[in-house]
Design a protein around this ligand. Sequence first.
Ligand SMILES: Cc1cc2nc3c(=O)[nH]c(=O)nc-3n(C[C@H](O)[C@H](O)[C@H](O)COP(=O)(O)OP(=O)(O)OC[C@H]3O[C@@H](n4cnc5c(N)ncnc54)[C@H](O)[C@@H]3O)c2cc1C
Length: 510
Amino acid sequence: MDSRAAPGGMARRTFLAASLSGIASVVLASCTGPQPMPTPPPTTSGTATPSPTPTPTPPVEDVPRPTAMRRSRWGADPFARGSFSFDAAGAAPELRETLAEPVGGRVFITGEATDTDAPGSLHGARNSGLRTAATISDIAEPGERIAVIGAGLAGLTAARELVGHGFEVVVLEARDRIGGRIDTVEAGGFDEPIELGAMFVRGATLQAQFAEASVDLHPVAPPTEARTPDGLAVAIPSTGPDAIATAQSWAATQSEARTRDLSLATAIVESGTAASMSKTPDATGVSPADWLAHTIASGVATVTGATANRVSAFATLPGTRPAVDLPEVGSAPEGELATGIAAALEPYAAQLDIAVTSVVTRIVYDERRVSLRLDSGESLNVDRVVVTVPLGVLKTDTLRFSPSLPLLHQRAIARLGVGLVDTVWLRFDSAFWRADDPGPGSSVEVLTVVGETPTVAAWVDAGGPDGEPVLVGLIAATQARRLEALDDPEFEAAVLADLAPFAPGATATG
Ligand SMILES: Cc1cc2nc3c(=O)[nH]c(=O)nc-3n(C[C@H](O)[C@H](O)[C@H](O)COP(=O)(O)OP(=O)(O)OC[C@H]3O[C@@H](n4cnc5c(N)ncnc54)[C@H](O)[C@@H]3O)c2cc1C
């Protein structure tokens, strides 16, 4: 076993900060693929408006070539198998609690997928680690030996708490680094570290923890405008979020059993919401149905990593549910864009015994102890084990339990959803998409396109206060799966095409 403590290794810098839910608060929702999303019928409402004068779509050749590119492939990552969990149709939120139920008092499944308050997030990962550590502290004897599998935020948090309670703790991490789905990278061609995984942080506790570690945090401005494919900038109305809120309210009135099985797409159709969305474009060339599709593509998909066909109508979609207070367009964001997050992990690495490049393949447990097998052939006996491997990994058979997990745990693993969001970082010679240079204290801008299904759900101007010409694209759900299969030149061509509406020469104002 390689017992090097994982090198934090990365310079502590930061440029931006926001939250996926900040984006979703104005835009929202998914339907980025060929799946049968609710198709609004031919115009059934709305006043016919004069057709806008067609403006030619800016040619993709007008989009400057990037000087550097770095992309993630979380779906293909054997130690993630996806980006984060989401509430799938048919999966009641209580399944997360079931998954977190201790098995025989020896095996404790932990991680973002087990948190009911903030699943799929850093906040949820941290909460789960704290909760498991408290549970173990209540039942275990001081001095017991505890293994934590996974050095992501959940595992690091649990391990540090357990050490604080006097337990002997070892962390086993498959990768050669700590952080898991926090992946801060010093990438060639970029002046600052970039984040290939989590980058938006919500919640005062984590924001304070990151700030203390000198992680750079920058508030994200909820987008107020989107571009049409021909480059026209149009104000984002509340049409899309309102439509989803209506569909979710309708779903909530259905019987309990039925509600649990409804997808968001089904709710949009069966509630009559889809039928009420006119397809008639207004003077800017955008119809209410376009705005709903925009909300789904740039909001729901980025929050869940899934299409509306798979997302539960009951899912918490920040900014999309009436119960959550739909923020007004232009209201303050809840999140911040963080870069250099690895710096916040260094204190954990300093305090813990972390064995990196240690892939656990088998967990054998009985009522008295736990034996762990590693792919190196080594084994380790401990009193209890905290398992923080991602839900996507639990869905595979790469980590086996003996005896098998209880059926209720297996059911939770099978039913809870794993979404896919990938990131692409691009650096250019100049920030051609900006009207003005961002000044000190300016908010991070989010760029989206309405009127067509984009490959990149949303672009985030990650240039920071120094105004570096850096964009990060969020690619979600079906599009992410499609693009992961492309080689770099094909991938670059696909994502650059989406920047045509922001290219020099594109119409900038409506
Ligand atoms: C592209 C992307 C964007 C995201 N954006 C945000 C965001 O903006 N804001 C936000 O709050 N959250 C975001 N998230 C989600 C957030 O990153 C996760 O919820 C959180 O990091 C999960 O932490 P965790 O400790 O539960 O799991 P992980 O960080 O995945 O940790 C689990 C660890 O287990 C290890 N492991 C796996 N298998 C084995 C094995 N067999 N043996 C040993 N170790 C193993 C893994 O290598 C990993 O280090 C994003 C995620 C992705 C992928």
